[in-house]
Every structure is written in structure tokens, then in C-alpha cells.
Write a protein of this length. Sequence first.
Lengths: 427, 488
Amino acid sequence: MTGSGRHPALDCVHCGFCLPVCPTWTAWAREPDSPRGRIEIARAMLDGAAPTAEMVSHLDSCLGCMACLAACPSGVRYDVVIEEARARIEASGVRTSADAGLRSLLFSLFPHPGRLRVAAVFLWLWRITGLRWLTRALGLTRLVPFLGRLDALAPDLGLAEITSSLPASTPATGERRGRVALVGGCVQRVFFPGVNEATLRVLSAEGYEVVVPEGQGCCGALSVHAGRDEEARAMTRALVERLEASGADTFLVNAAGCGSHLKDLGHLFHADPAWHTRATAFSRKVKDVTEFLAAVAPRAPRHPIAGKVAYHSPCHLGHAQGIQDPPRALLRAIPGLDLVEVAEGDQCCGSAGIYNLVQVEASDELGARKAGNVLATGAPFLASANPGCTLQVLRVLREKGASVQAAHPIEILDASIRGKPFPGGGG
Amino acid sequence: MNGRASVSELAGRMAAVVGARNCFSEGPDLLTYECDGLTHGRTRPDLVVLPGSTEEVAEVVRLARAAGRPIVPRGSGTGLSGGARPVPGSVVVALSRMRRILEVNLEDGWVRVEPGVINLDVTKHVSPAGYYYAPDPSSQSICSIGGNVAFNSGGAHCLKYGFTVNHVLGARVVLHDGKVVDIGGPALDVPGHDLLAALVGSEGMVGIVTEVTLRLLRKPETTRTFFATFPSTDEGGEAVSRIIAAGILPAAIEMMDRLAIVAAKAATGLDWPDVGAALLMDADGPTAEVEDLSERAVKIAREAGALELRLPRSEAERQLMWKGRKSAFAAVGRISPNYMVEDGVIPRSEIASVLREIEGMAKERGLRVANVFHAGDGNLHPLVLYDARETGQEERAEHLGGEILRMCVRRGGSITGEHGVGSEKAAYMADMFGDDDLDTMKRVRAAFDPDCCFNPGKVFPSSRLCGEKPGPGGVEHPAVKSGEVYRW
């Protein structure tokens, strides 16, 4: 429900302005696979229609990129509509057992950094022992497409990186301008530990003391986007408690998906007044790290990084949080760096949480389109502020045999402050 | 019904033509095609088919005809008169998949496109070369060229450049029997009857357009925009009349009243002041001419009582001002739970007095009306605001909408400027035309579509059945409701 007490699906006036920005409508031009169509389906469910397999397929095909949210002149809260509709689906038991099984497998892995780390160690072992070669040769990755998918997505990491951890507190360099807490993220922490380390270094260099509250679990973003509300609430509550205990009054996030969720916790707790107030107050203190840094005067000198860098705007940063300029401004301020835009930059890359694991075909279509547009810029470097997007775009680029180095904007900034070359891995 | 092929049988045949993914026959899929941009009044079609080529359209038409099904063509589904609303038992043929730009000829200034191409995409495609497609409905970011052709769509800049009909050079059309014909062509004029003029604005009753050749224009050397505020619509209306009477032809001159300004501000974050009325004007052409025209227009606006005149400081701000204007309809959704967009035309000189009369009519019924419209054409868009949850409000709003249209006719205007008659205004056609006029129109239609298989039940008022209350929001006859009488 929105503030008016009216269901947000009822606010849609059917103008269609959401269609051209929707990746699935753009790809297929079918009304049920558009935001306007999905709102109609959500309305039907609201009116008591039991979810059917067709309804589920159209609601599942939504990437949750929120481009429609930004395009809607009537201010329809599509994010709330889709999350509620998905919660109804999860509660209805309409999914086939195979589909439900895959989903519970994913949700028993991804939102748990500890388990994810164990899985990453296995993946590492599997890769270095030659087992990967064997399973590929035997065609097992084709038999179990999900395994092949995970393998193709996950970056090559050393064991030391997988098992690295962050210091609980990092002092400010020079005079202290403030104290902030960092949210570590799940996929970010395990697959991109370098991003968190760079974030700590940059914040410290800019004069901020950074605490990383211990025992951080998942923020619940993945679950809430998939309609697993109960699970999401439990995770969110636990994380908010941990973070609040740090006593910080600014909570910085460097993964766009986590940030967009943590900034908008109100509706998840609409039925729980005490937590609603607490979560809403917490959300006001959450900022994306690029948003935070772009708003303060830079202190650490930037060293040149020469080269063309393509900017990928993650949907959960650009559309869901409306953060367009801050990461670009931070990058443009680096001497020698030539920032270029990717054509159709508003379109989702097809990663979208667990989308690239459960909606393989559509995700591949969007990934190929995005990779093509990235390559068309001719830039050897890519800046991407969300781990999911980075994994997806790099995977497709690798498959195309293209060599593009990707890094989070904060890693690029870190390299500039430290006088190093463009960081990050690539295909 | 009447021995027609069963839906599943027909769905199977259609799927064989367009592919199973592009043929919908299940409830949840069909419900997303129950209405277009006009949401009150919905009908679920029996089938929705999305063909990908002229050949597929022709085959789909043949199959639907053989099965005795009415055919409702649909573009992006943004129409505001219910022109693409399905009729009972119908097959909706949605052209959204046919969106290729087939041929561009800049030397001769035309482009050939498929009907599902989005209006704005035509301009985007030729813009790097310095060209554009002139008709610009406010929904141009999503409305389709096919839909524009069907409704002879207008837009803010049609004041100077004319409506869709002035920009269509040729069309490929699938007729009722599946035959494919070409009308017109890239040349500016062809001999014989002007069939294109009969096709453009025919609201899907002549056939299904599968290719359109459009005129392209060179982008003007200079475009100057200004935004002027006024204490009320009286002064705003006066300014419009005087500007045009002075021989100035702006590219566009748009008016918004207080409610519309509030809505547009909410949707875009523009820092427009809280005033009774505002005008947004574009002057375009050679720089010297534009400078002279806008200077004179600004002077006239001041004399007419403008409070403030703003010039956008950058192209981005100019775009945002226009975005505010173009998203105003849907933005009204932010200030009212429901609304109806009306579309009437009045003589330009009567804007001020007509708006006052509308305000009075709304007050009498305890309703609010927002106005955002093409002032230069006298093309009003009163938005009647209401709350469907309040008993009786929707009905009162419908009546008010009807009264406004009748008043437009009384003032020497029309019941539609650009949104078309569709489902919504068929009942008001008789207020504008006599039986002879309507019969003549029907004969023209029948020359193309003798059995009325394309978009039946639209545009023309249907003869009244006993016990039936006519007009939108009217009561359907019990025999129609029960399926005993099947009316197209």
C-alpha cells in the first residue's frame, strides 16, 4: 500500500509511457510482458483471481529494473506492485516443483555470505583441480545448465581473495571529517572483495573513519524483489539491528541493488508500525557511496588514469535510486579519464538479481544487446557500480571473445588516488 | 456463437501463422488487451494476435473473416477514445511487433516504416542527419505510427505543421478480404481520388495499414521557447487570440490552467509558479524570423497581462518544460484517483469564455476540471477529475464530459480535435451530424469494408434498442448482455 491507503496498482492510468523503457516490451512487444500489462495482472490477482502459470510467467519475466518507475508520469509505485504480486505467487504454491526447487536452492545460497563463501571455495577447487575441464568435456555443464551458468558468471578469484575479511574499523587519513558505516553486501563481499577494500581506502583518504559492523548478513533485497517477504523481513531486521548498533548515522552502500532496498524499507514493514517507524528512520540514513562522495569536496589528490571508460548505469542505481550524475562526476574528475556513455544506457543488462539464473533466454538476449553497445563505444574499460551487472556483462563479453576490463567506480577512484593504473579484471 | 469456429480452433490456426508466442487466448493474457488509453469501459477479446509482416496480417485477416470474427486493429494502445477497445468475440490484431524502419530517403525527404514504429523513433532515426517527423502527439514516446494514421493524430506542433494526414505520402493496406493494396506513394500527389485522406483518420474501419511512407522535414534553424504565466485563463486566452491575430504563427502554443500546472510540476519537478494559467510557446524557423516573431509575441503576452516570462536557460530545461506539458495528462493521475480526458474544438477567440463556462458547469456538479490544451488550434482537452469509489461520481463526470462536448458543438466547434471518436464519442456524433451525413460516411466505409468486419461498433452511433440508455456509461440492453443479440 502507498501512503494514500490505496493499492498502487489502482493508480495506473494506462498511458503506456512505461512501455518503451521496459526491456521485455522492447524485446517482444507483447502487452502482458510490459509494466502496464503486469499491473493489469496484479490487479486481477488483487481482485481475487488465483495466480496461474501464465500470470507467473509474465510476472517472472520482469527484471525489476525499475525503468518504468522513473518513466511513469502518474507516479505509480510499480516496485511495490511487482513485489506484492510476487509475494502472492510465492504464497499460492502455483510454481512447479522444479522451479520452486531451483528458487529455494538459490535463496539458500546467495543471501548468505558465509555459505556463498564456502560455495566459492568449492568453485575455486573445482576450477584448479581440473574437474572443471572434466565436467565440461563430459558435457555435464550442459546437462546441468545451472552449474554451467554459475561457472560462466563467477569471476576467477584466488583463495586468499575469497576468504579475505574487512577490518572492523579504518581510521581517517588526516583530520577526521566524520564517521560512517559500510554495508558489505553478499555477492560484493565474496566475489568482489576488492570493491569493499577500495571503498575503505577512498573514504579514509577523503577523511572519513569507516566502521564495518560485524556479523552482517544479507539485507534482504534479493528476497524482497522475488516476493519472499517473510524471509526478507527477517534478514532486513537482523541487518538493521547490527548496523544501528554501530552508532553511525550514515550507512554507505556500494552495491546498487542493496542500496535501493535499504533506502526504501517503509513498505516492507507497512503492517508492523513499530518496525515501520524504525526502518523508515534507518532508510533516511542510507546513501550510495558515490552519492556520498560526490556531495563532499574532494580532499585526496587524484592522479591521472589515461583512457576511455564506458559508464554502465545499473538499474538499481539510476532508475531505482535516481543516482545518475554522482558516479559520472567522480569519474570525470579523474585527470585523463575520458568517460563515454553506452548507447541504450537506460536498458537493463539482464542480470537483475537472480534473473540471469532463472530466466536464461531473456537474460541472454538483453546481455548480448548490452555487450554489443559496450563494445560499440570502443572503450577498453568499463565502470559498473553493481556486482550483478559486472558479472553479467563480463560473462557475455568473454563469450564474445572481447577483452574489456571492468571495475567499480570506487575502485577506479581508489586507483587514481593511489596513482595506480585502471584496476579490475575482464574477459 | 452462430456456428463460428471455436476460439481454441481459431487460436491454433492463428498460432501457426504468427507463432504460438504471439497469439494469446488465455484469460490473463487477454485481460491486458481489454482497453487502450481509455480505461473506463473494458471488453475482453477472444483472441489477440501479433503478426510480424504484411503477409501474416493478410492471413490473420482471412482466418478471422472465415471464422466470422470482428477484427480490432491496435497499435501501442495509447488512444484516448477507446478506438482500440475490443468488441465482444473479436480478434485483436496488435501491430506492435511490426516496428522496422524499412527505407529512408533523405534526398526526397521521406521514410517508409511499419505501423508499430513509435512516433518518436522516426525522428530519432533521422535526427542525426538534420531531419524530423513533425506530428508530435503528447504520447509520441510510445504511440505508434499506425495508430497515428488511424486517428489522424495531432500534437502541439500541428498548429504550424498540420496533422498526420499532411505527412502521410503512401500506405500499404490489408483489406477485408486479405487483399493487399498500395495507396499513394513517395510523390507529393497522385491522380484520382484522394484515398489516403479517406484512410487517414478512419479509425481502423478501412483496413489494416502495414507500411506507411511519411514525409520528413528539415529541422528548423532555430527554435525559441518561452513560458508565460497569467493570473487566469482569461488573460492567457486573450494572449493567444492576440498573438495569432497579429499574424504570428507559432510552431506551438499550449495552455495549462492551475490544476494542470500543479500536476505537471508534481511529475517533473519543474519550478513553475502557482498561477491561474500558463502558456508554453515555440517559435521556429530561420533565426532572424524567429527572433522577430518571439519578440513581438512576448510583447503581446505582456500587454495581455502576463505576470512573468521565462526563457529556458538550456536545451535541457527546454526539453523539461515540454516534458512537463507532454506528461500532463498522466500526471493528473497524481492529483485525482480517476479522470476522463475530453477532446473538443472551439473557435480560438472563445477560449476564455468557454473555459469560464466549463468551470461553472463543473462547479454545478461538484467536480473539478483541469485544462491543458493546444490553444493555437482551439483544441481543448478538459480533464474531468473524479473518484470512481464515490458512488455516482463517475456517472456525473461522464455527463459533464458530454455536456462539454455539446457546448463545443454549440459554439461552432467539434466533439474531437485529434483523439478520435472511437467508442467513447460515437454517441455524440448525432449532435454534430444529421442522418444524411452519417449515412454518407457509412457508405464510404462500406466501399472499403462492406461487412463491417474492421473495428465494428466504433465512430457511428448505433441504433437504440428498446430499453437501452445511450452514451458512455449507458446501460447495455439485456438481450445484448445475455448474448441473444450480437451487436457489432
